[in-house]
Write a protein that binds this ligand. Structure first.
Ligand code: DAK
Length: 259
């Protein structure tokens, strides 16, 4: 992969692709170039056989304090429409491999929306999540009102979005927004350890489980179950299914190849 990025740092090691948002002086405020870089890195990792899991994190005292306000302050509605910037954000949610977010400090506005694109979220004790858009006279536009509501339900989502207040890591855990709270010092190490564990799982199963769970969020139960069944059948056409079941019968560990 081209590692010549301006606003992110990437690495690939032991089956884990790591992307670190890297504008710490402005709390990793997300400008357009950073979005393109994240998307490019994620899509490259998604297509890279050496990567099984992707970890997304931030450098410094924030995951990301939102979209870059200086960049968008003078934008017109037509600028936004004609540059079609949301397509990049949409594509971030189409990554097929598991994406694990490690959130330290602020995850606000677009930073929270980016975190909500992750499949699993770990946060440090000092993490703070929120949608301050209301204080700027706007509203979330990259999925915030939708994804937060699907996670916490209408009643609580409305409250956070109306006030723009920040929720603590404890509140985020309580409402099912994040999976786990980890001490600040251990956040990245523990996230990598978890990513390592997931990276050993059958890659095609991970892929189709992710797809099926995301469908559950959108589909009515019956349609979701039909979709699940097709994915279940599909795995029986893989070498890994044969290997997994044979390994069980032979009392050995399976060697999954993602084929
Ligand atoms: N944009 C630009 N600069 C930012 C920033 C941001 N979002 N957040 C922080 N910074 C900069 C500060 O200006 C400051 O820069 P200097 O003054 O040092 O040059 C530096 O980062 C450190 O920030 P503070 O001095 O403010 O640090 P504090 O600890 O005092 O406060 C804070 C931390 C996170 C509470 C505060 O910085 C803050 O309120 N930040 C802004 C939070 C916010 O409103 N975020 C934006 C929400 S709107 C779109 C897709 C997505 C979006 C929009 C469009 N398209 C595809 C079109 C999303 C929109 C949003 O996220």
């Amino acid at each position: 992969m081209n590692n010549n990025f301006e606003h992110i740092i990437t690495s690939i090691e032991d089956g884990i692709g790591k992307i670190t948002l890297n504008r710490p002086k402005v709390l990793n405020a997300i400008n357009r170039k950073m979005v393109s870089e994240i998307l490019f890195a994620m899509e490259s990792m998604d297509n890279d056989e050496d990567v099984r899991v992707i970890v997304l994190t931030g450098n410094g005292r924030a995951f990301a304090a939102g979209a870059d306000i200086d960049e968008m302050a003078n934008a017109s509605a037509m600028d936004l429409e004609l540059t079609n910037q949301f397509t990049d954000w949409d594509r971030l949610a189409w990554i097929k491999k598991p994406v694990i977010g490690a959130v330290q400090g602020f995850a606000l506005g677009g930073g929270f929306e980016l975190a909500l694109c992750c499949d699993i979220l770990f946060a440090s004790h000092n993490a703070e999540f929120g949608f301050p858009e209301i204080n700027l006279g706007v509203m979330p536009g990259a999925g915030g009102t939708q994804r937060l509501t699907k996670l916490m339900g209408k009643t609580k989502a409305m409250e956070w979005l109306f006030t723009g207040e920040r929720m603590s890591a404890n509140e985020a855990l309580h409402y099912g927004v994040i999976n786990r709270i980890i001490s600040d010092e251990l956040l990245l190490a523990e996230t990598m350890k978890y990513a390592k564990k997931i990276s050993k799982q059958a890659p095609l199963s991970l892929r189709l489980i992710k797809e099926s769970v995301l469908k559950a969020v959108d589909y009515p139960l019956y349609e979701g179950m039909q979709h699940e069944r097709k994915n279940f059948y599909l795995l029986f056409s893989s070498e890994d299914q044969k290997e997994g079941m044979k390994a069980f019968q032979e009392r050995r560990r399976p060697n999954f190849k993602g084929k």
